[in-house]
Design a protein around this ligand. Structure first.
Ligand code: ADP
Ligand code: MG
Length: 294
């Protein structure tokens, strides 16, 4: 009986037609799929449970991702969906696999656009930062810390230059004030880690906005503010010192530099919030306008 089968043993394959692979992560495969019911294209992130134990307990990470995304559905996408945060549409927990059905973002990672372009104009960078700050600000309003903000985890809806950008990959995310099984671990990419996370292993909203500052810096010049081998990079981050080499930064507005300086502040309580970013003059005025020095 088809009806009871769809109720009692609903599998991914019964509801979605799987298509080509879109990408792979540390522990998952992501494929495009079409929802049979209405033909809507989606993305499906799949974890093979057999082999998922032991290796950093990836099943735990995926369960965390599902919990956080379910909370995002409840607190952010209801009643109206937010354009800059990835949505969880469906979950299938099968004997051997867990599948997360999410919004399809066919425009690829911000990371690949940075590689492709080398760097962004101030106008384009401002559009990127505005979208990330907008998504981050609603996440923070709902007490959700992303904890892995980087260009690999920001996806474009389409290949258009002005496509919508979405924050995704909530595997390391955490709800502020709740029990944190990962609290003593260091994770995420070193390039984007805030100094207080390196020093005290404590993570707050401000650590996400530090990462946004690193992303903004990279967007505008094509290289990171803190560099060197692991040890040198850690030391640079913890000192909070970085500079604006003349070659790339001479032609960049002082408003842009001012925003970077307010994001890459050593003391997390003095760092501006994602919400503050949205009202910073660099985003308020079109960066292409000739602005007086600040
Ligand atoms: P992991 O948590 O294992 O890092 P991600 O969720 O980051 O996995 O996904 C791995 C890659 O798959 C992404 O970097 C991206 O290239 C691709 N991908 C993930 N989700 C989507 C999506 N919704 N739409 C299109 N591509 C995606
Ligand atoms: Mg990822």
């Amino acid at each position: 009986n088809n009806n009871s089968a769809s109720v009692h043993a609903r599998s991914l394959a019964s509801a979605y037609q799987l298509m080509e692979q879109l990408g792979t992560g540390g522990f998952s495969v992501v494929r495009k799929a079409v929802r049979k019911e209405d033909g809507v294209a989606v993305a499906v992130k799949t974890l093979d449970k057999r082999g998922a134990h032991g290796v950093g307990d990836t099943l735990e990470l995926l369960r965390n991702e599902i919990n956080v995304m379910a909370l995002i559905e409840e607190r952010i996408h209801t009643p109206k969906r937010h354009p800059n945060v990835l949505s969880l549409l469906d979950v299938f927990d099968e004997p051997d696999y867990v599948h997360l059905v999410v919004d399809l973002c066919e425009g690829g990672e911000l990371f690949d656009r940075i590689i492709g372009k080398g760097k962004f104009s101030e106008d384009d960078a401002a559009r990127v930062v505005q979208q990330i700050a907008c998504g981050l600000s609603v996440l923070h309003e709902c007490q959700i810390l992303h904890r892995d903000m980087k260009p690999e985890n920001l996806l474009y809806d389409t290949h258009e230059d002005d496509a919508t950008l979405r924050i995704m990959d909530f595997g390391l995310s955490h709800v502020a004030g709740t029990d944190d099984p990962m609290s003593t671990q260091l994770f995420g990419s070193l390039d984007y880690i805030a100094p207080e996370v390196l020093i005290t292993r404590t993570f707050s909203k401000a650590a996400d906005t530090w990462s946004l500052g690193v992303i903004l810096y990279i967007l505008l010049c094509g290289y990171p503010p803190f560099y060197g081998d692991t040890q040198a990079k850690c030391a640079a981050i913890m000192s909070g010192r970085f500079d604006f080499p003349k070659r790339e930064w001479n032609s960049i507005s002082s408003y842009a530099k001012d925003l970077i300086k307010k994001l890459l502040v050593l003391n997390p309580s003095e760092r501006i919030s994602a919400d503050d970013v949205l009202s910073h003059p660099w985003l308020m005025h079109a960066p292409s306008e000739q602005l007086p020095d600040v």
